[in-house]
Design a protein around this ligand. Structure first.
Ligand code: GLA
Length: 359
């Protein structure tokens, strides 16, 4: 083997936010933006990483991944995860490139973990199992990075379908491709605001959901009904639980709307999801609210919402294909970032999940 080339995409989530760690449903799709790792195995246990624009990072496989700086920690973490899971990874040299905007809620870290997992499996002579690598990527986030995130980002990066979004049941990890309404396309709108990686608000939301599940006597909020939630004592946990339970219902309704080719119905569900995230789950932000509102003003927009963990980064809109260019121009002129920048807007098609080739 001379070298391996592994690639893994970023994602945008159409609907189903913060439901993944409640064993619920999500509906993300792979993006045409990806991270590509070109790696050559070494005979020792050194790992030498280079990335244009992001510098060089060197470590050995014996090092504690938590001591590795910056983006190297995701790769060192994945090597450790594979090792604990029975796959011995050799040392290697790698060149890493990405065109996924970092910190924009498009899962650049999950793509890095999954691409690294695919590359390392190929170098270890093991066929990469996408679900296994996704679970190991989640372990890296939880145990090495220290964020109690769910499985959505890693799993969609690993299994995304070209040409369709993917319904994921985050309890069984079963996935199903769901195509967009034929007249609709997806726009990603970058507020140009960024959040810090280690987000304590995320873990607070998760803790609130766990308390609510316990209070209701269910394993996860996936198992709760809206009547049960409404009967809870007034307070933050009830509010958070209401978002989760209604969001799961919206994801399933969104799948029905997509199957019926009903773009306006899907758009309405996206708008409702945003409101629930803003009011009940409280993970939106003024810039996200503003860009979503600007999107909804346009006649070609079926619906818009924040996407991903929240607080900053991107929003997503469902847009009439025939109006996509005017829509993009409308956002570029109608929304101004806090520091005056013109926002990035991308019209995207659902793209394939991770892969690796060996030369
Ligand atoms: C982040 C996490 C995911 C998911 C989303 C919110 O992207 O990594 O697991 O919880 O937030 O839906």
């Amino acid at each position: 083997m001379n070298r391996v080339i592994a690639r893994s995409p970023g994602r945008v989530n159409l609907i189903g936010e913060h439901t993944d760690y409640n064993d619920g449903f999500v509906l993300p799709m792979g993006l045409p933006f990806e991270t590509v790792i070109t790696a050559v195995p070494r005979l020792d246990n050194k790992v030498c990483l280079r990335s244009e624009g992001y510098g060089e990072i060197n470590f050995t496989l014996a090092d504690d991944p938590k001591t590795i700086k910056f983006w190297g920690r995701f790769i060192a973490g994945m090597a450790k995860a594979l090792d604990y899971d029975g796959t011995t990874v050799p040392g290697f040299e790698a060149d890493i490139r990405t065109n996924i905007p970092v910190g924009a809620s498009l899962s650049s870290s999950a793509a890095l973990e999954v691409a690294a997992g695919f590359a390392m499996c190929a170098m270890a002579g093991v066929k990469p199992d996408p679900v296994r690598i996704a679970k190991l990527g989640q372990w890296v986030e939880n145990e090495i990075i220290g964020i109690q995130s769910g499985i959505m980002d890693q799993l969609i990066s690993a299994v995304a379908n070209k040409g369709s979004a993917t319904l994921i049941d985050c309890r069984s990890l079963e996935t199903e491709p769901v195509t967009l309404p034929p007249n609709a396309t997806v726009a990603i709108m970058d507020t140009m605001t960024r959040r810090r990686l280690a987000d304590s608000e995320y873990d607070l939301r998760r803790a609130s959901c766990e308390r609510a599940a316990e209070e209701l006597g269910v394993d996860k909020l996936r198992d709760a009904t809206i009547d049960q939630v409404e009967a809870m004592a007034d307070g933050i946990d009830r509010q958070r639980a209401r978002h989760i339970v209604t969001e799961n219902t919206r994801v399933l309704a969104a799948v029905e709307a997509m199957r019926a080719g009903d773009a306006p119905a899907l758009g309405q569900l996206m708008n409702q999801s945003h409101e629930s995230l803003r009011v009940d789950f409280e993970v939106s932000a003024p810039a996200l609210d503003e860009i979503a509102a600007t999107a909804r003003e346009h006649e070609g927009c079926f619906g818009a919402r924040m996407t991903g963990g929240g607080f900053a980064g991107c929003a997503v809109a469902l847009v009439d294909r025939n109006h996509a260019d005017q829509f993009k121009a409308h956002i570029e002129s109608g929304y101004t970032a806090p520091d005056g920048e013109v926002p990035n807007v991308w019209i995207v098609e659902p793209s394939a999940g991770a892969s690796v080739t060996t030369e």
